[in-house]
Design a protein around this ligand. Structure first.
Ligand SMILES: [Zn+2]
Ligand SMILES: [Zn+2]
Length: 178
């Protein structure tokens, strides 16, 4: 989505649109997240001095692989973000002046009169992907010994696990049997 600065009225501009994922090669090539839905994008743009403040919300759904049980599952994705688009010469001055406060807001430099939301949308989507996706917060994962999916019930290994106090007795027994 390209927005001309002239299109943003004094009291701001609210946009809602769907992005076709196919327009983003990075998304179609991605293996860790297979899009099921288009990206729903809500943007609020407001002019402030020479810069534009953009508040956004992204929503979609995709297939991810659970990091514990390795099963594919549907992961809803939602991301709220805030960005400042600043004119290049002005922003260099601006970041120097407010080096500390600029840290909590991402600053995007742009030349001319047009904001292109493409980069912001793909960066914010990638940032929203969970680094350790879980099919369920309580996913029990796979048994490290036999590989059984513990969400489907306990495996045999679990029965073999012995209380450390009993283990001492067991050892003692072995010694005595000799
Ligand atoms: Zn899982
Ligand atoms: Zn097991």
């Amino acid at each position: 989505m390209r927005i001309h600065l002239k299109e943003i009225p004094e009291n701001g501009l609210t946009l809602e649109f769907e992005e076709n994922v196919k327009h983003y090669p990075i998304f179609t090539e991605m293996k860790e997240f297979k899009f099921l839905d288009p990206l729903t994008v809500e943007l609020q743009l407001r002019r402030a001095d020479q810069s534009i403040e953009m508040k956004g919300r992204l929503k979609t759904r995709g297939i991810m692989t659970c990091s514990r049980c390795l099963k594919p599952f549907v992961q809803p994705l939602k991301s709220d973000f805030r960005l400042i688009y600043a004119n290049r010469p002005q922003s260099i001055y601006h970041t120097r002046e407010t080096e500390l406060s600029a840290e909590d807001v991402e600053l995007i430099l742009f030349d001319g009169e047009i904001i292109d939301t493409y980069q912001a949308i793909y960066e914010e989507t990638l940032a929203a992907l969970p680094s350790k996706p879980l099919c369920h917060p309580d996913c029990k994962g796979l048994c490290p010994r036999c590989g059984k999916d513990l969400n489907r019930g306990a495996c045999q290994c679990k029965n073999e696990e012995v209380d450390p106090r009993l283990a001492v007795l067991k050892q003692f027994k072995v010694v005595r049997n000799r």
